[in-house]
Every structure is written in structure tokens, then in C-alpha cells.
Design a protein around this ligand. Structure first.
Ligand code: IVH
Length: 731
């Protein structure tokens, strides 16, 4: 390659890789597959090697991707940071403070090629010169986390950030159920003067926060229902969830953690395996799937085994990590600028299937958006038969240059809806037909409109398109909105019979009316009306606002709006500027709100819903989150003045953990009226205190709510940071 051509390509690759890195780490919306990314990175590496005059220290080949929310780098304009400057810079960026990592948080060298694993083993063997072992582990596909424990208590949780500074997500991490806030003392541990605690006074343990498939499917179904953009895969869902502002929301996301790397000063272990085994005895989540291997043959066996078996795991994995197990040898091998020399990742290729595109359906959603859905010749992919795949929008169709009859590549990287990632042009049949995105709504025939800045087409017949009306009614009663027990078929029946056109009409229905309809009985009518009645009294303003189905107002946005404007009249009167001041509200959302309230039909409907008794203002009791119960495991028993569900919520809201059964780990039993005799007996035997409802309420009375991102109070002195260029002493 000519010099100028190489320089041009290097620049092009850097731009592409930087954009992809930002999309991946910061926006949690990937724009290219891992495989494509890795291939471009390898091409850049090779070019920089061949043309060293164009190598640059800030090239993506020398950096780890940054997940910092409000990038420290960008705001200071300088690259990374130097340890010697000891930047105790505590900045707020999108609600997260930033802290430096004690030890840089590096990436791993990776390959899709087994011969490169063999080369890694040979290099390690040559470097070490003695017998050693490997720890082979699953490569969990989530987002990296670094936990610091001081005196057995979770002190801080940082994201990878840019590898040197991370976002402080401690408050959120405390809501992840398998991360202990306090370590457990192993049975039989006897403290001595030299070893007063079973764990080092301070240590870091790193790992991955991931979202199991079940939680991911649940979250995405909800987002699809809300017409929010679903997460592309569990990894993006995990990183997006970890950066949520409200820790209570994080608790609901079902995140989990697995830890795979301990660091600290003079840790008392000789091997990585020993360190992780000890961590497991302290109650830290460590994978039980790791294996110690002695030979490359054993490593390959492990890889082959998990290449198949991983498909049956309840969470996503994208490869295998191979690490030198002996800590002294790890230290001897050291690091490159970007990754350890003592570990490597073998990555699995995303599974693809090639099948024929038979036809495309165009589906109308609740907000009128028309989505193309591909009907495929059924094909086996990652354990399921795929018949349908999303094509997103007309732009995506054009980008793929797709034709009906084409052979297409389908991928399922953990997504619930598989997607079409490419077309096999070499197999295009001569009679392949160009698909025609409809000009008119497939349901009501109204000409579609396209927003300037949106790739989507919409049916503008908001008040006349039956599909839109029906799905708005379904949304109104759905669990996260008014939470009324009613199936879609019931709602469709009421709509088809002209009994309900707009949500307020649900509240005018009578038992007599329902009993006159097909399939309704005394009991079902009563149950439905009771559920409606309860929901109108108990559903808070934010959920009512969400239930209205204003375009772009998802659950989160509805909460933010309710908090800011407090009641519907203030919201209706808000100017565009006032709306834009709300975090979460951009121009598209602001315009959507204004347009919605400009329609008199909507205003009239609000009046009727108000008359029906729905809540259109925020209740006084602001939801607050405190840490008053942090580290406490509470078992509840008996009846309280509020429901048990509400009691559990109070425990969670104040940072506590609720557990169903009494054990040594229980901090206290919260006993209402008539507590269970078994539980009482058990707490007595274990000497666990019993707390009454009144005492509990006193306990969680905090003078002031803890602000969203309170700095961690720490009286402990900081350890000096290693000097720039100093050899990192990890163990
Ligand atoms: S060890 C210094 N072990 O994969 C090396 N990493 O692509 C520390 N990952 O940065 C990493 N599973 O976020 C290690 N069993 C495992 C892993 C693992 C997933 C992640 C981690 C790492 C990334 C590299």
C-alpha cells in the first residue's frame, strides 16, 4: 500500500472506531457488531505497525473504550490522566461523580482464531520458563465493574470509564441483589492479632454486571410496548441500566454480577483461583464454571465445550478468557499499554443463519409508527426456530438493499427479536422483487407521513385509525400504566361494540352493560369494575401521565415530568423552554407534549378523567431513596397497617434487603400483627432482634432525603497513587 493511501485509511479507521466506541460505551447503542469492530481494529493495528510514522498514542489501538457519562477527557480537553497528578477530581457528570482507578482498568487482547490462543500459550510459556497453569473462564457479556471493599464493607463501585477514571455507580450497585454490601464471615474463622478479619483490610474485585436473558426479555417487551427503543442486546441493557439516575429503577432491572479479578496490596494468595475461591467464601459472586487447565489441549477442550453449552446458559457470554493462574507469573509477564500479557480472550462469533425472505408485513403501533417485519422461511438459530425478524424502518431496508426472495443473514445476539444483518447478493434470484414501503396506513388507509428527523413513517390518523385507538386503550390499562386486570380481547370487544373509544369511557361502564355482552358473567364484570375502581384511586400521577400514551413519553420520562411539574395543569401550560429544562426532555419530546395538549379532544378527555377521579397531581409524599437500611437484611412477618408489598418497597427504598427466610444473615425480623410462629422461633434461637412496625417507621424517618448522587462519606485516608510510569504492583 502506498504511504498516502495508508495514511488515509488509518484516519478513516480511527474515525470509524472512535464513533463505534462511543456508541458502544457511552450511548449503549452499538452501531457495528463486535466482530466487525475487532476486524477494523486489527486492520488499524497492522497498518500502524507497517507505517509507524502514523502511529499515535491516542489511537484506538492504544486506548480502552470510555464509558464516562460526561467524558472527563472532552471537558478538560486533555488526553487521559497521569497518576502522578493524583486527580482527586470529583466531578458530576450526568449525576455521577468520577473517581480515578487505583489500578488502571485495562481491556483484554482478543482473537477469534484458535491458533492465536496457541501463540499466546507459547509466549506465556517462554516468558515464564517454568511449569504453570491457566485459569479458563467464561467471558461474561456485560459491563465491567470495579468494587472496592474496606473492612468487609462495600466502599465504592466504579465503571471502567476510560480505564483510568470511572463513574461512581455505588448507589446503583447497592441495588444489585447478588452484590453483598457487607462480606460474610466464613464459618470457623478465628480472628488473630495479625489477621483480625478474614479479608484484606482493603481490596478491589472486578467483574461484570450483566442482565440475564429473562430480565432482558421482560425489559425489552415493556420497552416495545411503550414504543421506546428496545435495547440491542443484554450487554447494552446492562450498561444502560447501571447508569440510570434512580437506584430504585436499577433494582427493578434484574441485573446480576459475577466477579473475576481481585487486586490489592500484598494479597495473601498465590494463585488467581485461590483469590477467587476465598472471595466466594466471603459471599462474593464468583462463577463456578472456571477450570484450571495445564495444557493447550485442555484449553481447547474447554473452549469447545462452552461454544455449545453456553447456548443453554441463562445469560450472555461472548467467549472464553484464559489467564495465567499463578500471581507471581502474572506479575512477571506484566502489561502492555492496553492489556495484560498474562491473559487473552477467545471470542465466539455471533451466530448467524441464512434464510429466504418471503414477504414483509407492515405493522401499525400505538403511536401510529409503521414497522416493517420480515417473514422468513423458518430457520434454526441459537436453539430456536426463527420465522420473523425486524427490519426497523424504510431506511434500514434501503441500506440493506433488500428484495423479497433474497437470501438474508439473520442474527440473534441475545435480542428477543432477531434482526436481518445482511443480504447474500450472490444468491439473489432473478425474480427478486423490490419491496414497496406503503404510502398509506395498512389499517385505515390514511396517507403516511414521515418526520423530518426520523426514519419512521407514521399514520397521522391518531383519532380514527382503529389499530392505534385499540392499542392506546390496551396501553392505558396495562400493568405499568393504570394496572387494570383486562385482556386485550376484552378491550377489543368493548371497542368493537362502540362502548369505549377513549380511556375515560372505561369509567362510565356499568355492571348491567357488561352483563349484556357475550362472555361476561357476574364475577368477571365485578372483578373488572373493581380493578378499574382501585386503579383510579391508587395510581399515582406519573403512571396516569404515562397511561395517556403521549408519543415519546415512556415510563421514565413520565416520572421526570411528574416530578418537575407536579400537576397536569402546570404541564399543559408549560412553555417549550420550560419543558426543555427537564432532564430527559429533548426537543422531540417537548414538541410532542405541546402538540398533544394543543388538541382540544385531549384536553376534554383530561377533564373527563379528572371527573372520574384519576390522580392528576403528585401526592405530597415524594418518593425518596435513603441509605438508612444499607447492609441490613430484613425478614418481614405478620400483618401491617400497609400491605406487605408496600413494606417491602419501603425496605428497598431505604437501601435494605428483604429476605423471605430467617438465617444468620438476617439483621432483624420486622414483625407486624400475628407474626409466623416458625419465624419467631428461629429468630429467638439465633438471637436476632425483633422490630415492630412503629420502631421500623422511626428507623426510616430521615431528616432529609439523601440527594441523588451523594458523595461517599469516607474518613479513611487515601493511599498514594502509583507514580506515572512506575511498575504496577498488583500483588
Ligand atoms: S479478566 C486485566 N475475566 O471482557 C484483565 N474479563 O474484552 C481483566 N470480561 O475488560 C479482565 N468476562 O470487562 C476477565 N472472566 C473474565 C471476563 C472478563 C468478561 C470482560 C472484561 C474485560 C473484557 C475484555
Amino acid at each position: 500500500m502506498e504511504v498516502r493511501e495508508a495514511q488515509h485509511r488509518i484516519e478513516e479507521l480511527r474515525t470509524q472506531l472512535e464513533a463505534a466506541t462511543r456508541a458502544y460505551y457511552v450511548d449503549s447503542v452499538p452501531i457495528m457488531s463486535d466482530y466487525d469492530f475487532d476486524m477494523l481494529l486489527k486492520e488499524l493495528e497492522a497498518l500502524e505497525k507497517a507505517f509507524p510514522q502514523f502511529d499515535a498514542p491516542d489511537s484506538p489501538t492504544h486506548k480502552v473504550g470510555s464509558d464516562l457519562s460526561g467524558s472527563y477527557k472532552n471537558r478538560t480537553g486533555t488526553a487521559l490522566f497521569a497518576y502522578s497528578k493524583k486527580p482527586r477530581q470529583i466531578e458530576q457528570a450526568n449525576g455521577f461523580e468520577q473517581h480515578p482507578h487505583r489500578y488502571p482498568m485495562l481491556s483484554l487482547g482478543n482473537t477469534y482464531d484458535i491458533s492465536e490462543i496457541e501463540a499466546f500459550a507459547q509466549r506465556a510459556s517462554k516468558g515464564i520458563g517454568n511449569a504453570f497453569t491457566y485459569s479458563c473462564e467464561l467471558k461474561f457479556d456485560g459491563t465491567a465493574i470495579c468494587l472496592t471493599y474496606r473492612h468487609g464493607k462495600l466502599f465504592r463501585a466504579l465503571t471502567r470509564g476510560d480505564g483510568t477514571i470511572g463513574d461512581d455507580v455505588t448507589r446503583n450497585v447497592k441495588r444489585i441483589k447478588n452484590i453483598p454490601q457487607e462480606l460474610h464471615r466464613p464459618l470457623g474463622f478465628i480472628p488473630t492479632a495479625s489477621r483480625p478479619e478474614p479479608w484484606p483490610e482493603e481490596f478491589e474485585i472486578r467483574g461484570e454486571i450483566y442482565m440475564p436473558y429473562a430480565a432482558f426479555d421482560k425489559l425489552n417487551s415493556q420497552r416495545i410496548h411503550d414504543e421506546d427503543q428496545p435495547f440491542a442486546n443484554p450487554r447494552n441493557a446492562a450498561s444502560g441500566s447501571l447508569k440510570l439516575i434512580d437506584p430504585k429503577e436499577v433494582a427493578e432491572r434484574g441485573l446480576e454480577c459475577t466477579l473475576y479479578h481481585m487486586l490489592g496490596e500484598q494479597l495473601p494468595f498465590e494463585t488467581h483461583k485461590e483469590a477467587l475461591t476465598a472471595a466466594a467464601t466471603w459471599g462474593l459472586p464468583v462463577s463456578d464454571k472456571a477450570r484450571i487447565c495445564k495444557t493447550i489441549g485442555e484449553i481447547e477442550e474447554f473452549i469447545d465445550h462452552w461454544d455449545t453449552e453456553r447456548k443453554f446458559l441463562p445469560f450472555a457470554t461472548d467467549g472464553i478468557v484464559i489467564k495465567v493462574n499463578e500471581l507471581a507469573y502474572q506479575k512477571a509477564l506484566g502489561f502492555t499499554a492496553k492489556a495484560p500479557r498474562w491473559a487473552v480472550a477467545y471470542k465466539f462469533k455471533a451466530e448467524q443463519a441464512l434464510t429466504r425472505l418471503l414477504s414483509i408485513d407492515y405493522q401499525v403501533g400505538r403511536t401510529g409508527a409503521v414497522t416493517p417485519v420480515a417473514n422468513l422461511e423458518p430457520v434454526q438459530l441459537a436453539g430456536t426456530v426463527v420465522k420473523r425478524a425486524s427490519l426497523h424502518n424504510s431506511e434500514q431496508m434501503a441500506l440493506l438493499d433488500i428484495r423479497i426472495g433474497d437470501m438474508v443473514y439473520v442474527e440473534k445476539g441475545g435480542e428477543i427479536i432477531p434482526k436481518i444483518t445482511g443480504v447474500e447478493l450472490s444468491q439473489r434470484p432473478s425474480d427478486a422483487r423490490l419491496p414497496h414501503f406503503p404510502d398509506c396506513c395498512p389499517d385505515c388507509g390514511t396517507p403516511l407521513v414521515k418526520d423530518e428527523d426520523e426514519a419512521k413513517s407514521f399514520c397521522p390518523n391518531i383519532n380514527g385509525c382503529p389499530t392505534q385507538i385499540k392499542s392506546r386503550l390496551v396501553h392505558f390499562l396495562s400493568r405499568k400504566a393504570m394496572n387494570v386486570i383486562a385482556g386485550d380481547a376484552t378491550i377489543e370487544q368493548l371497542y368493537n361494540l362502540n362502548l369505549v373509544d377513549t380511556p375515560d369511557e372505561f369509567y362510565t361502564l356499568t355492571k348491567e352493560q357488561l352483563l349484556g355482552l357475550d362472555g361476561w358473567k357476574e364475577r368477571s364484570a365485578e372483578r373488572f369494575l373493581k380493578s378499574l375502581d382501585e386503579s383510579r384511586k391508587t395510581t399515582g400521577f406519573d403512571k396516569v401521565l404515562y397511561a395517556l400514551g403521549i408519543r415519546h413519553i415512556g415510563e421514565q420520562t413520565a416520572k421526570a415530568i411528574a416530578k418537575q411539574f407536579k400537576d397536569i395543569d402546570s404541564l399543559a401550560a408549560a412553555s417549550r423552554e420550560a419543558l426543555l429544562e427537564v432532564e430527559d426532555i429533548g426537543e422531540v419530546i417537548a414538541d410532542s407534549i405541546i402538540a398533544w395538549f394543543a388538541d382540544d379532544r385531549n384536553k376534554d378527555m383530561i377533564s373527563r378523567l379528572k371527573a372520574a377521579g384519576l390522580q392528576f397531581e403528585l401526592e405530597d409524599k415524594e418518593e425518596m431513596t435513603t441509605d438508612l437500611l444499607a447492609g441490613k437484611t430484613i425478614v418481614i412477618s405478620g400483618n401491617f397497617s400497609i400491605s406487605r408489598e408496600q413494606m417491602k418497597e419501603l425496605i428497598l427504598m431505604n437501601g435494605g434487603k428483604n429476605s423471605g427466610s430467617v438465617s444468620k444473615k438476617t439483621t432483624f425480623l420486622l414483625a407486624g400483627e400475628k407474626p409466623g410462629p416458625e419465624k419467631l422461633k428461629k429468630v429467638e434461637a439465633l438471637g436476632i432482634p425483633i422490630v415492630s412496625e412503629q420502631e421500623f417507621m422511626e428507623m426510616i424517618k430521615s431528616p432529609e432525603p439523601v440527594p441523588a448522587a451523594q458523595p461517599e462519606a469516607s474518613g479513611a485516608p487515601e493511599k498514594p497513587e502509583p507514580k506515572e510510569g512506575e511498575q504496577l504492583s498488583l500483588f
